[in-house]
Design a protein around this ligand. Structure first.
Ligand code: NAI
Ligand code: MG
Length: 334
C-alpha cells in the first residue's frame, strides 16, 4: 500500500479533488490517502496556512496530490504554493501541454511539448520584497544561481533522454537581464554541451510567446526560469484547450507534489462545473513518478476516450456536464 498526502485546497479545489479521487478509487490502485490542510482552508481550521502536520505528512509520504490554493493579490500572506516548493526544494516544475480531441483550442492537433520551469529562484524567491514608506518605490531581488540553473537544465535534458524527446529550447531574456538571465543562459550552454544527442536551441522569451502562438509544433521541451515558466505554461494551456487540461508536477530530490496548472478559480467555485482533467492528468504524472506507467497510461486513455465521445464534458470544453458527471464518464472508460 502506497500512502499519498491529499490537499483538497481552496475554491474549486475540493470539487476537482473529489472527482479525481472518484476516478483513482475506480482504478483500484491500492493507494491510501492521508488528508492534510494548507492555504485558506488550513487557516480557517487550524489558524495557520501551512500546519506542521501537513509538512510532516508530505515529508513522510514523499508524494502529495494537491488542489489549487488561493493567494491574495498584491497584499496579505505570501503564496503557500511557493512556500511548499521552497520548503521541500521542489526545484523542477514539469508541465506537459498536449493537444486533446474536441477542445476549443485553435490548434486541434500538433501540440506536444513539456515546459520545465525552475521552481525555487528568480522573481519568486520572495527576497527583498519591499515598498518604501512613502509608497513611491517598490523593489524585489531576483536571484539566479549557477547551481539552480544547472540542475534545472540538466533535469530538462535528462527528461528528453528518458522520454525520447529530441530538442530542448532554452528560453531567456539575457539580452536585457544580463546578470540573471545571462547566468541562466551561460549555464544552460555548459549543460547542453554534455548532451550532444539532444538538439538545443535558444530563444528570447517575448519571441517565444509569438512562436508558441504561431507555430507551437516546433517546440519539444522548453526549459526556463521561474516567472517566464509560469507565464508560458498558462499560454501553452490555452494552446491545448484551456487550463482545465493542463497538469503540473513539482519535483525535488526527496518529495514531489502533483497538481493542476490552474488556480482556485473563484469565479466558478461552488458551482460544480470545474473541469477535473487538469488534476486528473496531474494524478497521471504522479502514477508515472510512482513507477506505474501502465496505470498512468490507462488513466490518460480514459480521459482521451471521454473527450473523444464528448461524454459529460464540462462547460469550459463546450459540454453540458459537470465536474462529477465528467469524472464518472472517465471512470466508466478505465
Ligand atoms: P485560475 O487559474 O484560478 O483561473 C483562470 C481562469 O480559468 C478562470 O476563468 C477560471 O474559471 C478558469 N479555470 C481554471 N481552472 C479551471 C477548471 N479546472 N475548469 C474550468 N475553468 C477553469 O487563475 P486566477 O483566477 O488568476 O487565480 C485564482 C487564485 O488561484 C489566485 O489566488 C491564485 O494565486 C491562485 N493560484 C493557485 C495556483 C496553485 O495552487 N498552484 C496556481 C495559479 C493560481
Ligand atoms: Mg501560474
Amino acid at each position: 500500500m502506497t500512502t499519498i498526502t491529499i490537499i483538497r485546497g481552496d475554491g474549486i479545489g475540493p470539487e476537482i479533488m473529489d472527482a479525481t479521487l472518484h476516478v483513482l478509487d475506480a482504478m483500484q490502485l491500492g493507494l491510501a490517502y492521508e488528508f492534510a490542510d494548507a492555504g485558506l482552508a488550513a487557516l480557517e481550521k487550524h489558524g495557520e496556512l501551512l500546519p506542521a502536520a501537513t509538512m510532516d505528512s508530505i515529508r513522510r509520504n514523499s508524494v502529495a496530490l494537491k488542489s489549487p490554493l488561493t493567494t491574495p493579490v498584491g497584499e496579505g500572506f505570501s503564496s503557500i504554493n511557493v512556500e511548499l516548493r521552497k520548503r521541500f526544494d521542489l526545484y523542477a516544475n514539469v508541465r506537459p501541454a498536449k493537444s486533446f480531441p474536441n477542445t476549443k483550442s485553435r490548434f486541434p492537433a500538433g501540440v506536444d511539448l513539456v515546459i520545465v520551469r525552475e521552481n525555487t529562484e528568480g522573481a519568486y524567491s520572495g527576497e527583498g520584497q519591499q515598498v518604501s514608506e512613502d509608497g513611491e518605490t517598490a523593489t524585489l531581488i531576483q536571484k539566479i544561481t549557477h547551481r539552480g540553473s544547472e540542475r534545472i537544465v540538466r533535469y530538462a535534458f535528462e527528461l528528453a533522454r528518458k522520454t525520447g524527446r529530441k530538442k530542448v529550447t532554452v528560453v531567456h531574456k539575457a539580452n536585457i537581464l544580463k546578470s540573471t538571465s545571462g547566468l541562466f543562459l551561460k549555464t544552460a550552454r555548459e549543460v547542453a554541451a554534455l548532451y550532444p544527442d539532444i538538439q538545443c536551441n535558444e530563444m528570447i522569451v517575448d519571441n517565444t510567446c509569438m512562436q508558441l502562438v504561431m507555430r507551437p509544433e516546433q517546440f519539444d521541451i522548453i526549459v526556463t526560469t521561474n516567472l517566464f515558466g509560469d507565464i508560458i505554461s498558462d499560454l501553452c494551456a490555452g494552446l491545448v484547450g484551456g487550463l482545465g487540461l493542463a497538469p503540473g508536477a513539482n519535483i525535488g530530490t526527496d518529495a514531489a507534489i502533483f497538481e493542476a496548472v490552474h488556480g482556485s478559480a473563484p469565479d466558478i467555485a461552488g458551482k460544480g462545473i470545474a473541469n477535473p482533467c487538469a488534476l486528473l492528468l496531474g494524478a497521471a504524472q504522479m502514477l508515472d513518478h510512482l513507477a506505474r506507467p501502465e496505470q498512468a497510461e490507462r488513466l490518460r486513455k480514459a480521459i482521451i476516450g471521454t473527450l473523444e465521445a464528448k461524454d459529460s464534458l464540462t462547460p469550459d470544453l463546450g459540454g453540458e456536464g459537470n465536474t462529477m458527471s465528467f469524472a464518472q464518464a472517465i471512470a466508466s472508460r478505465l
